[in-house]
Design a binder for this molecule. Sequence first.
Ligand code: ATP
Ligand code: MG
Length: 198
Amino acid sequence: MGEQKKQIGIMGGTFDPIHAGHLLAAEQAREQAALDEVWFMPTHIPPHKQWAGLTPASHRLRMVELAVADHPAFRASDLELRRSGPSYTFDTMRNLVSVHQDCRFSFIIGGDMVKILPQWHRIDDLLKMVRFIGLSRPGIKLEEKVYRDFVTFVEMPAWDISSTLIREKAARGRSIRYLVPPAVECYIKEHGLYELVE
Ligand code: ATP
Ligand code: MG
């Protein structure tokens, strides 16, 4: 009998900043989809998401590293950041699949991303390479059967939090305690991230 392949979940995102919703989603996916590891992979910020106070990749990666440090099955990956410019998930996954032949990859996404999955670059080829694990996200309805054909759904208590909410709170000097891990909260304060620039 051949070796069982190691099951790896990839959690992609801009992580500007990483928050409790990302960590909960990854942990629920890890357990319910029997993943051995989850790799958090910050992406270059795509043009449609750019905003005035754009956070450099080095800070976003460092916050991910701090957030996953205490979980034995979580890792931070700088694979997409090491390439210049934004990369398609298709190219990233093709690269991972060829480099790590002892692993099977799943891509973990929230409901908002499931909705736009049919529009992803080379989605048909991507579906042949990786499994998608979908998590519910408040405000996103996924009733159509088409999603069920693509995606393995896992349950998670709905947490209506986003990086946008955290950036807004931080900018207004409001508390972000418990919305992000303590080490990430410290890092944001220390580096003055998300503060309003007059
Ligand atoms: P922003 O507000 O900047 O868009 P975000 O909170 O949506 O940030 P992203 O980095 O865009 O975070 O998302 C990364 C992945 O995490 C996506 O697949 C997204 O659907 C998922 N995700 C983020 N927040 C949640 C949440 N609260 N519940 C479930 N999934 C989430
Ligand atoms: Mg988002």
